[in-house]
Design a protein around this ligand. Structure first.
Ligand SMILES: [Zn+2]
Length: 351
């Protein structure tokens, strides 16, 4: 009998071990960022173990990360409803459901799930995941008196603005959106949630970030009411013009500066700065070491440079390149004339 029990124990531990290894392996594939493979493997494992909440969770998370929000929710809900221990599994499933509903513009369910994840307080990382979204998505009590107004391409959140100001603000931003997207021709997965802050200090205190900024994945902009019409929304619009796998400061910021819808004389700003600081620019150097240079120089310069790229190589080549914004890829996409274009540009700016 003793021997029998111990062999059953061995057998049981082997089964558990076998299952744990499979969960672990699936987890590894997911963490590597290969969502396609995670989905295939999870579906395969679920054929023989259809109630496994770990497989369901990883399947739901991979589907979410791939943008398949509707399908993701049902798998994540299975984990929520069947995790009797209220463990980290349930927390992550709730957090991801919140994200899915947000992208589907079901804001009530998004808020509920995200807050449930936060309140469950099951594991530090999931709680932080939820808290970040509560702030970013506008679910915190801080926003409770903000005015929400929807327009064709936006869902605006106003901290403090009169109805007349709101009307002007919306029509000018809709116009900017049209102007910018005439070039990019992007299809966004949802309206842009556009937060218009009256106080930079409030934003800094709550979000621990300086205004403005965009989260292009979620189509979110947080902006001070006096900031340029086009800069932050260009971050969102351009992100959906092609599949973006590699961003660089020179190109990503340059694109937003180029489409910021202002009439600033950027060439004069750059030349004045170079003169005052007795410096000359090298595009390749700034491209690779973007963060080593001050924004007063790099932002207007990058806007000029992106405009030069578009003027020289046209919209389609620029968008094709935009997905992988490195110097090497630029050489590849733009070809022979690229190096000469940079030389001419540097000469123009440095003299
Ligand atoms: Zn920017």
């Amino acid at each position: 009998m003793k021997r029998f029990i111990s062999s059953i124990l061995v057998l049981l531990s082997l089964i558990t071990y076998g299952q744990n290894t499979q969960v672990e392996e699936l987890g590894k594939i997911y963490m590597s960022g290969d969502y396609e493979q995670t989905i295939i493997k999870a579906n395969d494992l679920l054929k023989n173990d259809s109630n496994n909440i770990d497989y369901k969770l990883l399947l739901g998370r991979a589907l979410t990360d791939k943008g398949e929000y509707k399908e993701a929710i049902q798998h994540l809900e299975f984990t929520v409803n069947n995790d009797k221990d209220n463990s980290w599994r349930k927390a992550w499933a709730l957090g991801y459901i919140g994200t899915c509903y947000y992208m589907l513009q079901d804001y009530n369910n998004s808020k509920k799930s995200t807050k449930d994840c936060f309140d469950l307080n099951a594991t530090k990382n999931a709680t932080q995941y939820a808290y970040k979204r509560i702030l970013l998505f506008g679910f915190d009590d801080f926003y409770k008196d903000w005015k929400i107004v929807e327009s064709y391409n936006f869902r605006f959140h106003f901290q403090n603005m009169s109805d007349a100001e709101i009307k002007n603000y919306i029509s000018s931003r809709e116009e900017s959106f049209q102007n910018i997207n005439k070039f990019f021709n992007s299809e966004l997965p949802k309206k842009i949630d556009f937060f218009v802050w009256e106080s930079k200090e409030d934003a800094n205190k709550l979000l621990r970030a300086n205004l403005g900024f965009a989260d292009s994945e979620f189509c979110i902009v947080h902006s001070h009411y006096q900031q340029t019409k086009g800069h932050e929304m260009t971050h969102v619009i351009s992100n959906y013009s092609t599949k973006v796998i590699n961003k660089t400061g020179l190109i990503n910021e340059g694109t937003s500066v180029c489409f910021d819808q202002t009439n600033q004389d950027k060439e004069k700003i750059v030349k004045d700065w170079l003169k005052a600081n007795e410096k000359k620019i090298s595009i390749e150097e700034i491209w690779t070491n973007w963060k080593n240079y001050p924004e007063e120089l790099t932002y207007p310069l990058s806007g000029l440079f992106v405009k030069e790229l578009i003027d020289n190589f046209g919209r389609d080549k620029f968008v094709a390149f935009f997905g992988n914004q490195t110097y090497d890829n630029a050489k590849l996409v733009f070809g022979d004339k690229f190096d000469k274009m940079i030389k001419d540009f540097e000469n123009k700016i440095n003299t």
